[in-house]
Design a protein around this ligand. Structure first.
Ligand code: URA
Length: 205
């Protein structure tokens, strides 16, 4: 049987956490989402990437970063010489939040309460994996991990740390690259993102 979400003592492993998260009711986002999208990757991963929240395709697939942003991420990882299958990939918030427009489900930013409620799961993931490095993809992840509410630009490229001392890097969210309207900006920002991922590779060879 699945341990109740409130029964913390029943969660003794990553597997327990992943199962318990399926019936999470810590905020209301479970109501409209298809399913919990827990993190994915080897439990021995040296690096954990944290995004914002699952999108439309992730919500349907039950896996993080498999939609358009995931494609950008995969491509940039490969261009930086990193192997995604060696990384653990997760999100600050584990249910898809959206607004229905006709038949389309439009991504909506999780609020501070939703991010805070979901910290419980992120803490468990980090606690079981104990990575050598955590990478925040975008401002929501950075805020969830550190409480840093300022602009991402102020944190980007610096070698930061979580309160427990785990090294932390922050870079942009891959969907930021998708949203850039101008091709030139898209190209230069993609290069910068790849450079940030190379920085990750230099810290976690
Ligand atoms: N955007 C995210 O932040 N996470 C995903 O899993 C997909 C898109």
């Amino acid at each position: 049987s699945e341990p109740a979400t409130s029964d913390f003592s029943a969660i003794e492993s990553w597997e327990d956490a992943a199962v318990a998260a399926r019936s999470c009711r810590r905020c209301d986002l479970w109501c409209d989402a298809t399913q919990t999208v827990f993190g994915e990757g080897p439990r021995s991963a040296p690096v954990v990437f944290v995004g914002e929240q699952p999108g439309d395709q992730e919500d349907l697939a039950g896996k993080p970063f498999v939609g358009p942003a995931g494609k950008v991420f995969d491509r940039a990882m490969a261009d930086a010489g990193l192997d995604r299958s060696r990384a653990y990939v997760t999100n600050a918030v584990k249910h898809f939040k959206f607004q229905l427009r006709g038949k389309r489900r439009i991504h909506e930013k999780p609020n501070a309460g939703e991010v805070k409620a979901c910290r419980f799961w992120l803490d468990l993931e980090l606690g079981f994996i104990k990575p050598q490095l955590v990478v925040a993809l975008g401002a929501t992840a950075l805020k969830a991990l550190t409480g840093h509410a300022g602009p991402l630009a102020a944190a980007r490229g610096r070698e930061l740390a979580l309160p427990d001392g785990t090294p932390l890097l922050a870079t942009v969210h891959p969907s930021y690259l998708l949203r850039l309207p101008d091709e030139e900006a898209k190209e230069s920002e993609t290069k910068r993102f790849i450079a940030d991922l190379k920085h990750v590779g230099s810290l976690v060879p």
